[in-house]
Design a binder for this molecule. Structure first.
Ligand SMILES: Nc1nc2c(ncn2[C@@H]2O[C@H](COP(=O)(O)OP(=O)(O)OP(=O)(O)O)[C@@H](O)[C@H]2O)c(=O)[nH]1
Ligand SMILES: [Mg+2]
Length: 304
């Protein structure tokens, strides 16, 4: 508050409004890079579209397909903030990105988080990459995403000729997660964070948890930037978004209050001029003056 008064006194109203605006928009300038890598066809691009709450055909949507589609690292920014970027990376061992050159070509130290994506248990190339990242970039936030989980459930249902009970469904998910975990532990990757998703339905399985985890792993300013950039596809994100926006109310109200004071003062000047002229509108001017003064007093009590 004192800072606001100082700026107002020293630099004027417009400078103060600019200060409010800069503070409120600072999150837009924070850069966040998230990498998605994995073998061809596992669903990297589909996951990117799901995280951005977009479809393939939307403007800027990632192309998906049955043939190898992601051949070059491709950035996809969030609609709400172009500084939060999901990078669609070709998998390890693709023709242009052989294993030997993979780490040289993709600079993992530049990313805030890395998602290794697979539609089955994690295979040799995935575990090799996870080991390399853990050793060479121990501060990186590594996540494992297991896609197309609903296919496993469907296959199970078909085999049993009936719909699964919710408990059976949960058990099957646990089995898939445990199976992935065991496989990673065998390759000496401990405490892996595994998320099961269906990129076509973001309200199922661990999609919301994945978003929350991505948010949690970035620093606090980046966290706000990311929350405000995310489309509200899950309840977890909606709750986070409300929390950040509530924190901004004070800032925005303060800007509004200063603007209101300025407006009321202008109005009072006009009213005072009218009073002097003894025009027919004098009575309404006096009334208006009283109202303006009362509002000004109230705002001043609130502010100072
Ligand atoms: N059922 C189901 N299908 C999915 C899911 N994710 C992706 N797919 C399908 O899997 C196929 C490949 O998806 P992409 O997103 O193009 O896979 P990718 O990893 O980007 O593939 P490349 O670009 O070739 O490396 C498409 O037909 C998608 O519709 C999912 O969660 N569930
Ligand atoms: Mg792709």
């Amino acid at each position: 508050m004192k800072e606001s008064q100082r700026i107002l006194k020293e630099s004027g109203f417009n400078a103060l409004m600019k200060e409010f605006s800069d503070k409120n928009n600072s999150w837009k300038n924070v850069q966040i890079k998230i990498a998605l890598t994995g073998q061809t066809g596992v669903g990297k691009s589909s996951l990117i579209n799901a995280l951005r709450n977009m479809k393939e055909d939307d403007v800027g949507g990632a192309k998906i397909g049955c043939t190898e589609t992601t051949k070059e690292p491709t950035p996809y920014s969030y609609r709400e903030n172009e500084n939060v970027v999901l990078w669609d990376l070709p998998g390890v061992g693709t023709p242009m990105f052989p294993k030997e050159a993979y780490l040289e070509k993709i600079h993992f130290e530049e990313y805030d988080s890395v998602l290794i994506v697979s539609n089955t248990r994690f295979k040799e190339n995935d575990t090799w990459l996870a080991q390399q990242i853990s050793v060479k970039y121990p501060n990186s936030n590594l996540f494992f995403v297991r896609t197309k989980v609903e296919n496993d459930l469907r296959r199970y249902q078909e085999a049993h000729g009936r719909i699964l009970f919710p408990e059976e469904r949960n058990q099957l998910c646990k089995k898939i997660r445990d199976d992935c975990m065991e496989n990673l532990i065998k390759e000496n990757i401990k405490d892996a964070r595994i998320f099961l998703v269906n990129s076509h339905r973001t309200n199922e399985f661990d999609f919301g948890k994945l978003q929350s985890m991505l948010i949690e792993k970035v620093s606090s300013l980046k966290r706000d930037a990311m929350i405000l950039s995310l489309s509200s596809v899950s309840n977890d994100v909606v709750a986070e978004k409300i929390r950040v926006l509530e924190g901004r109310i004070a800032q925005v109200s303060l800007a509004g209050a200063f603007a209101a004071i300025r407006l009321l003062r202008k109005l009072l000047n006009i009213v005072s001029l009218e009073e002097k002229e003894a025009s027919p509108s004098k009575i309404s001017s006096l009334l208006l003056k009283r109202v303006c003064n009362r509002i000004l007093i109230n705002i001043n009590i609130l502010l100072f």
